[in-house]
Design a binder for this molecule. Structure first.
Ligand code: PEP
Ligand code: MN
Length: 348
């Protein structure tokens, strides 16, 4: 349910309505807009609450949120959510690039890659220590040893780390090392896992599933939000269609659609979205042009020898070239790369 305040309502009116909601055992979410203030009411709502709230001073109207997903909808929270990690703001006008290998292979591999992507302008380091693999005989990740290697790369470069968590039992361990938890395409509808990451104090990157509709995807995000974790970033990584020429079909329409339906940040993964390294740059640029708040890109010191996803991984040189393009598109659209944000405005 949302409470729309009158345009001339005072700060005190807003505080009183929020206090009333709180007193009735619900959680108020205040969104101060340019035109009007909206207060979202979270919880299992009793019908009489609508009448009670409509009587309060400064209230214009009380509306039910029509979407199945509530906390993630723009109706509930009109202003965009900004997820802050280190000194970047995901969901703002910045284009935040996360990059690194598909899988953590060795300490040397992650440290060299972290240094290279940082030099090219990436702000967050990626690398999988727990790998969901189609075949059980493929390399499935170094586990905790891999997490320690990522921590070492963060120590050396200062870059925050994003890494995948695959099972409920590993959430706390992964959260000890990672700055952002990644939920992969295969696990998006693992509801116990979503519940569990809703309880940790770490941002979560929620990748779209192979066959997840926009509404289903936002309902998955709702699990995390309802669990108490407001820092959810969505990631379009391609869906399965009849086309076999690419690994997946990167649905770039998802970006403006999600931005309309939800206040959550949305980024794109053109690596898994295409499966081919030479398609990564054009689709990365297109994603930024479509309004993505950021990108996640696979980069490897030597893609030919990568233990996973080598065909879609960029060399350092190709990543550098991609970043130049991203900077140009961002600039043309009045967006900023995080290193162009004056230090005084940078967030900690
Ligand atoms: C990955 O990021 O390496 C990965 C496995 O991604 P997805 O879950 O999108 O397939
Ligand atoms: Mn991968």
């Amino acid at each position: 349910m949302i409470v729309v305040m009158k345009q001339d309502s005072t700060k005190k009116d807003i505080e009183c309505v929020a206090a009333y909601i709180d007193g009735r055992g619900y959680k108020p979410h205040i969104s101060v807009g340019v035109e009007r203030t909206i207060i979202g009411v979270e919880g299992r709502i009793v019908p009489e609450l609508k009448d009670e709230l409509e009587l309060l001073r400064g209230v214009s109207e009380v509306l039910r949120v029509t979407k199945q997903y509530k906390l993630g909808s723009r109706e509930f929270k009109p202003e965009s959510t900004i997820v802050r990690v280190g000194n970047v703001a995901i969901g703002s006008d910045q284009v935040v690039v996360m990059a690194g290998p598909c899988a953590v292979e060795s300490e040397e591999q992650v440290i060299t890659t972290a240094k290279a992507i940082k030099a090219a302008g990436a702000m967050i380091m990626r690398g999988g220590a727990y790998k969901p693999r189609t075949s059980p005989y493929s390399f499935r990740g170094h586990g905790v040893t891999g997490l320690r290697m990522l921590a070492k790369a963060r120590e050396e470069t200062g870059l925050p780390i994003i890494t995948e968590v695959m099972s409920t039992e590993e959430v706390e361990t992964v959260a000890e090392y990672a700055d952002i938890l990644q939920i992969g395409a295969r696990n998006i509808q693992n509801y116990p896992l979503l519940d569990r990451v809703g309880k940790v104090q770490r941002p979560v990157l929620l990748k779209r599933g192979f066959a997840t509709t926009y509404e289903e995807w936002l309902l998955c995000a709702e699990y995390i939000l309802a669990g108490g974790n407001p820092n959810v970033i969505l990631c379009e990584r391609g869906i399965r269609t009849f086309e076999t020429g690419t690994r997946n079909t990167l649905d770039l329409t998802a970006i403006p659609v999600i931005k309309k339906l939800s206040h959550l940040p949305v980024i794109a993964d053109p690596s898994h979205g295409t499966g081919k390294w030479y398609l990564v740059k054009p689709m990365a640029l297109a994603a930024v042009a479509a309004g993505a708040h950021g990108l996640i890109i696979e980069v490897h010191p030597n893609p030919d020898t990568a233990w996973s996803d080598g065909a879609q991984s960029l060399t350092f040189e190709n990543f550098n070239d991609l970043m130049k393009g991203v900077r140009a598109v961002a600039g043309a659209l009045g967006r900023r790369m995080p290193d162009e944000v004056p230090a005084a405005q940078a967030v900690v």
